[in-house]
Structure formats: C-alpha cells, structure tokens
Design a protein around this ligand. Structure first.
Ligand SMILES: NC(=O)C1=CN([C@@H]2O[C@H](COP(=O)(O)OP(=O)(O)OC[C@H]3O[C@@H](n4cnc5c(N)ncnc54)[C@H](O)[C@@H]3O)[C@@H](O)[C@H]2O)[C@@H](O)CC1
Ligand SMILES: Nc1ncnc2c1ncn2[C@@H]1O[C@H](COP(=O)(O)OP(=O)(O)O)[C@@H](O)[C@H]1O
Ligand SMILES: [K+]
Length: 511
C-alpha cells in the first residue's frame, strides 16, 4: 500500500473531481458517509452521546456530514464548531446549512475556553477540527481545547488525522496534538502514523476508501510504500523442482569475537532457516567448538587470532556475505574489513560493529561495495549519519547517505524502514517482543540468506525485514511478548513461509 503526501492527496482530490464529474461536496458526502457507516456498524443505535468537534475547513465539513447522518439515524449528537477563524471553507458552509435542516439543536459555536463542555468518560469525542490542511502548530484556546479533550478518558476518534498532527512534516509542539484512540483516515494512511515521534498520536487506524482516482493512485510515486502480506507474497520466489543446495548459494557469515560467538551462531542459523543452500561461518578461533555445536549444518573457518577477527580469508566465492555481528572493534578488525570490502565482490549485508567501525573509520566508507545493505538500529545509525533534528530529517539524511554511497539502509525498529536512494519501504510486521538481544543478528542472517538464494538486494531487504517481523509475530502468538528470544524468531521462519500464503488471522498487530 502507498503513502501519499498531503500535496499529493490534494492533487488526487482535484483529479477525482474532474474525472468523476463530481463536486467537492459530493466527495465530502462520501467521506462523511464512510465514517457514519463505521459508527453505525459498531454502535447499532446506542444512545451514547457523540460530541463532534468541527473545525472551519473541510475536515470540519466531514464532521458536519457525519453529524447530519448520525442525527438522521436517531443518534444522540452534539455538534460544536471550533470557530477559530472567519475563513470557513465553501464545503464547510454548505454542510453547515444542511445540518440545520435536520435538527433544531444547531451547532454550538465555540470561541474561547469558556465554551469548553464537560465531557463524561462514557461519551464519544469525534475530532474533525483540523485535517491535512494544518499549516502551523495549534495555539491559543484551540490548543487548550485539544488539551481539554486529551485530559478526558472518553474515547477519541480522529477524522482523517488527529488534529494538530502534520501528515508528512515534523511536529513542533507535541502538547498541541489530539491523542486519538483511533483514526479513520481517508484513502491512504499518513506517514506520521508510522514514525517514532508521532505514531503515539494515531496508535490505531482504519483506512476508508473514498474512491479517489485509481489511475492517479496507481501511477504516482508515493512518499513511501507499506509492506504487508500481499506485497510480501509478490516478492516470494518459488523453489525449482530440480534445485540442489548449490542453487541457493553458499553464504559467508563473518561474525563473533570473544564473548560474542552467539551472534555468529544466531546469524548463521537464520541464514539457513530463510533458505540458503550452504553457509560457512568465519569466526575467531575461540568460537570453533561453539559454532560446530550450535549450528552443525554450518562449515566453520577460523581467523588466525583467538579472540577477534584480523584477516578474512575463505577458499570459495560466497554467493552473499553477512558481516559485523558481534565482531567488536579491534584495530585489526578494521584492517580485516578493509580487505574484505576490497577483495570480495559478493552482495553484502553490513551490520552491528561493522557499521560502528565504518562510522569511526570513514576511509571504510569509500570502500563499501555498491548495493551493499546496512542494517543499523538507531544508535548505530546516529554514529553513521550524525544527529538528526526529527524523524523526517533522519529520513532525509539516510536518503542522502544511500544516494552518495550507493547502498541500501534498513533503519531497524518498529516499522523498520528500508531506504534505497529516495525510495522508502515501511515494514508492517514485527512487534515489541522482538526487542531482545540477537534479534538484529537474526535479521542480518535472514537478509544474507535471501541474497544467497539470488534475491536482488532491494527484495532481500524488503522481503527479509517482512519475514523476520512475521516470524517474530508468530513467535509472540506462541509465547507472549516477554518470553521471545532471538532463536524463537528463527524457529518461526519456517512457519512464516507456510503462513505467507495461508488465509489466517494468527499473525501480529499490523500486518
Ligand atoms: N482528498 C481528500 O483527501 C479529501 C479530504 N477531505 C477532508 O478535507 C481535509 C482537509 O481540509 P482543508 O484543506 O480544508 O484543511 P483543514 O480542514 O485541515 O484545515 C482548515 C483550515 O485551517 C487553517 N489552519 C491551518 N492551520 C491552522 C492553525 N494552526 N490554526 C488555525 N487555523 C489553521 C487553514 O488555513 C485551512 O484553511 C482532510 O483532512 C479531510 O478531512 C474530505 O472532505 C474528502 C476528500
Ligand atoms: N517494537 C518493535 N516492533 C517491531 N520490531 C521490533 C521492535 N523492537 C525491535 N524490533 C526488531 O528487532 C530487531 C532488533 O535489532 P537490534 O536492535 O539490532 O537487536 P540486537 O542488536 O540485539 O540483535 C530489528 O529487526 C527490529 O526491527
Ligand atoms: K481531525
């Protein structure tokens, strides 16, 4: 699914009106009717008070349509107009007149904080104050109104986007945003719903299809693409009947140092589970027995050093390389990385301490093989690209990095983002149970294993991040959030493949 910017949505709106020969008011009626249906299905005529707060633009217009339809259906509705400006939109005014035809309880005009109503915890609050047209942070009494609503335990439903939140630019005042319990968003979700600083304001949402022009939606390059099950299904490659282990490559995992050989075991196991044909794991000598015991399927090659990596040397050409998990930051390891980057042409996943070493030794940046995949968590990312002002600045910095060094970057976390040049993919699978040591090592193994099987670097990232999260969701369903360990994610990769094409509801939160 695509995420569009506010500007693109206004463009889609305009094209829709032309193509479908409808008026703005007709489109607004569709939007309001969709919200009404959502309510009606759930409330089924219940008499709970519904307090609809309408702004003076088209978001307010949506609120007025909803109010009219609810009143006509016999609901207990109180409509407020948050009258912060005289610049009422044409469609707002149109619907303001219409609502007067269905009730003698005209909308209550609010002009300052003396007009704030008392709200019972059982009431329902509908936020139709501002939508995607917000052009500056809310202030004055409107900000106070938002805080008044936030202070109430009543259920808060936002129309299109919580008021005060910008759909695709940075938030400046987090005390001036409605904390919605649920959001009904039109046509496509907004980027702000997925980013760490702003997702808290829209913790759950439904997308309402208001029939915007299909051609525009299909042919326009979006701000970002959300990867859910249908997209992942399209990326999966079927196995060949006459395949043999060589068909799926011989991957090389370069990992581990004294006390961190587990990182090598975890990555190696994940590389196998996702489907690599063969894996050789290159580790310091001290890890030899551990690796052979924990992943007997792997071949093991060792460094001349006992406790860290100093010179990476294998006698085959790897189909893919995953490097960095638990390697530590010894000076000799920097040299080992330099010669690895110079001498090996295999597609590469660069993770953990390999990323930290690149940050500390910028000369390594110039040697990064083209189309390599870097998989930093936020700490590693900050060392790599420097501090960012906000989530959007972070994305811009990573895009620049990706373009300059011709690499792909996976920013790990909730809704991991894969950035390839100026293209963004947001992952929908995964859950907080995956915030556990070794979870990242298993991801680098997964991506390496996909590269090894011949998936291209972009597909390996996007599909790999999805499958890793999906396996984590299945693990959580078996044992709950707290108990999941990295090996549980790996042990569910097989189930994730099997469930990929199954019609089943057992996967996690946002697939
Ligand atoms: N194509 C679409 O996506 C559709 C959008 N519709 C609705 O239209 C909304 C957008 O409507 P508008 O463009 O009228 O914008 P809004 O309703 O979000 O904002 C209204 C007005 O508020 C003013 N304003 C902005 N920031 C302010 C601030 N901090 N303090 C005071 N005033 C401020 C702006 O000048 C703007 O005219 C969407 O969010 C959605 O709810 C729907 O009616 C149907 C179609
Ligand atoms: N709250 C969360 N929601 C979804 N995925 C998560 C969450 N927390 C962690 N993950 C995933 O788990 C992995 C953690 O990686 P990382 O921080 O490198 O762990 P480690 O270094 O311990 O191996 C990433 O793939 C990340 O996307
Ligand atoms: K709103």
């Amino acid at each position: 699914m695509k995420i569009f910017s506010a500007e693109q949505l206004y463009e889609a709106d305009k094209i829709t009106l032309e193509q479908q020969q409808i008026t703005t008011e007709e489109l607004m009626e569709r939007a309001g009717a969709q919200i009404f249906n959502w309510f009606h299905e759930r409330l089924n005529g219940a008499s709970v008070p519904i307090r609809i707060f309408c702004g003076i633009g088209n978001n307010g217009g949506d609120g007025l349509v909803l109010g009219r339809l609810l009143i006509e259906a016999g609901y207990n509705v109180i409509v407020y107009v948050v009258n912060c400006s005289d610049k009422r939109s044409k469609s707002f005014l149109y619907n303001y007149n219409l609502i007067k035809n269905v009730t003698t309880d005209w909308p209550i005009l609010m002009t300052d904080k003396n007009d704030f109503p008392e709200i019972d915890p059982e009431d329902i609050i509908v936020d139709a104050i501002f939508g995607i047209g917000l052009n500056r942070s809310l202030d004055g009494w409107v900000k106070k109104l938002i805080q008044h609503l936030n202070a109430s335990p009543a259920f808060k439903l936002a129309v299109d986007i919580p008021s005060g939140l910008f759909p695709n630019t940075a938030l400046k005042d987090e005390d001036a945003v409605l904390r919605a319990n649920h959001t009904l968003t039109f046509q496509t979700p907004k980027l702000a719903f997925f980013l760490p600083e702003t997702a808290q304001f829209a913790p759950s949402f439904d997308i309402l299809d208001i029939g915007l022009d299909r051609d525009f939606l299909v042919n326009t390059k979006p701000l970002a693409q959300i990867i859910s099950k249908p997209e992942a299904q399209n990326l999966y490659k079927h196995r060949e009947r006459f395949a043999h282990k060589g068909t799926y490559g011989h991957a090389l995992i370069v990992a581990g140092s004294y006390g961190k050989i587990g990182a090598a075991s975890i990555s190696t196991a994940a590389t196998f589970r996702i489907g690599a044909g063969m894996v050789t794991t290159f580790i310091p000598k001290c890890g030899y027995s551990i690796l052979q015991n924990t992943v007997p399927e792997a071949m093991v090659a060792t460094d001349i050093e006992e406790e860290f990596l100093s010179k990476i040397n294998v006698d085959f050409e790897p189909s893919a390389i995953g490097v960095g998990m638990g390697i530590g930051k010894s000076d000799k390891t920097v040299e080992a990385l330099k010669s690895l980057f110079k001498n090996y042409k295999s597609p590469m996943v660069i993770d953990a301490d390999a990323i930290n070493l690149i940050s500390e030794n910028k000369e390594l940046l110039k040697l990064l093989p083209k189309n390599s995949i870097l998989t930093p968590h936020l700490g590693e990312l900050q060392r790599l690209v420097g501090k960012w002002k906000d989530d959007y600045d972070k994305i811009e910095k990573v895009k620049e990095f990706s373009i300059k060094h011709e690499v792909l970057v996976v920013i790990k976390g909730a809704y991991s983002i894969t950035i390839f040049g100026d293209t963004l993919y947001l992952n929908s699978s995964g859950n907080p149970g995956m915030a556990t040591a070794g979870s990242g090592d298993s991801l680098s193994g997964v991506i390496t294993g996909l590269l090894s099987q011949g998936y291209d670097p972009l597909t390996s990232c996007v599909f790999g991040v999805y499958m890793h999260g999906f396996a984590g969701d299945l693990a959580v369903n078996q044992m709950g959030y707290e108990a999941v360990m990295a090996n549980d994610i790996i042990n569910n990769i097989g189930e994730a493949y099997m469930m990929l094409f199954a019609k089943d509801q057992s996967e996690g939160e946002n697939n």
